[in-house]
Design a protein around this ligand. Sequence first.
Ligand SMILES: Cc1cc2nc3c(=O)[nH]c(=O)nc-3n(C[C@H](O)[C@H](O)[C@H](O)COP(=O)(O)OP(=O)(O)OC[C@H]3O[C@@H](n4cnc5c(N)ncnc54)[C@H](O)[C@@H]3O)c2cc1C
Ligand code: SF4
Length: 517
Amino acid sequence: MATSAREAQQGAAQGIRTGTEYIDSLRGRKLKVYLFGELVDEPVDHPVIRPSVNAVAETYDLAQRNPELGTALSPYTGTRINRFLHIATSADDLVNQNKMQRRMGQLTGTCFQRCVGMDAFNSLHSVTFEIDEQHGTGYHQRFLDFVRDMQLAGYVIGGAMTDVKGDRSKAPHQQADPDMFVHVTRRTEAGVYITGAKAHQTGCLNSHWLIVMPTMRLGEADKDYAIVGALPVDADGITYIYGRQSCDTRSMDGDLDAGNAKFAGQEAMIIFDDVFIPNELIFMDGEHDYAAMLVERFTCYHRRSYVCKSGVGDVLIGAAATVADYNGVDKASHIRDKLVEMTHLNETIYSTGIASSYQASEMKSGVYLNDDMIANVCKHHVTKMPYEIGRLAQDLAGGLMVTMPSQKEFEHPEIGDLIRKYLQGRPEIATEDRMRIMRLIENMTLGRNAVGYLTESMHGAGSPQAQRIQIARQAQLGFKKALAKTLAGIAPDTADEIAGDLADYMGRVFQTSGEAD
Ligand SMILES: Cc1cc2nc3c(=O)[nH]c(=O)nc-3n(C[C@H](O)[C@H](O)[C@H](O)COP(=O)(O)OP(=O)(O)OC[C@H]3O[C@@H](n4cnc5c(N)ncnc54)[C@H](O)[C@@H]3O)c2cc1C
Ligand code: SF4
């Protein structure tokens, strides 16, 4: 891999366009990756890793099949680029991101891994601009040069925000071990060296470049932790430790037992040991007062990116409806009602995400930022609703979902026929199909893709309490109290005062389309 963004772009003159080109681009990179206690020779060909590569490859193939949805016209290259690399210059751009995310969830049934980089790009656009404005630094132009190079090359960007964090009650500089948060250890004229570790990094091995960012609000004493920079995934000094997923070795056991043999998500821990970032790829260094702004803007984008789960939910609802059909109970009123409930929950996730994107504002840098209140409401729904949708899918599946024998028994010369006979549902449905749909539900609610559909829904983009804090901050209780007091006839609030207080979130709610930003 080239070590500068410019070399990388020149090396990929046409840019990566198809899923096959993408998969080829990942080969031969000599990454240091540990999985099951061993160094992995070629991650792309490892049976546990490959389904996660396929999920990212699908983002390229979608762009080929449906360029309206999967690509956007870049103002930086003047060409159509993959939408995951696009900087949003309108509310429509944000809405289209959400539509693409739902579609990708439908096509893969898992986490397709590219949204963290997309949301990091969009948040850094405005934050670098505003740092420059206050500090006279040159981050924004550097960042735009990097964005352009990545767009031309068609690369995948991983967003590395979450540190391992040690004692959660302490700031970075208060930790017993300073490496609990990624930080600058030394500086040279050419750049900085960083050390530390990032946890739960989605799709990091499947990326070409990583952007490291701070994970929380930082103070003056945490200055060395206020570092944002880009680096190639195969930079010297990086070690990846692959995360185990529930039932991940099913991917080595044959396609029936896997449930979803083709697609999966990916998370790994990234350890940085004295890793160099050259000056031209540094987008924040020491401006600690902008760490909170970056985290808040990133999570604002990312919390509504979780409409991805509505696409995955579409698959699970379809699986539940199919199993009910195969079991001969699809016309029962409680089954229909449960499918309605699942749909209602799923569309609630989608509605809030898409509403947040529609209610966007233009930032000083020209990028659009979706609505923070509704993004947090969307993500907070996501911490709960997929669990209820999963519970209902398991209800409709029946217990066989967790007690059925393996593919080896199904194919066994002696007992295979017995399984086909005794695990038959409706006689016109092949027993194998009934097993396949149950394995898919198992995969999504208990297996590999439950990581993406359930626990990632809980903690990804911040645990539930992080959303409640943001919702509380924007709740405008004073304004709402004034509304109530006025109607109750409690002085001194008046209707005029209330009308004049349409600020912050309420200001965005009542902005009419004629008052575009
Ligand atoms: C599948 C998956 C994929 C992810 N992908 C990415 C990624 O690509 N990039 C990335 O940067 N991050 C990623 N994340 C990380 C995600 O943002 C974090 O999981 C999330 O911020 C929570 O951090 P944590 O896991 O360390 O949990 P913890 O911080 O340990 O939280 C556990 C509990 O403790 C509470 N808690 C934590 N700190 C405090 C405190 N100071 N006071 C009171 N309560 C506290 C939390 O609210 C929560 O209830 C991913 C996570 C998952 C699960
Ligand atoms: S969890 Fe959803 S939003 Fe996040 S990277 Fe995966 S698919 Fe994208």
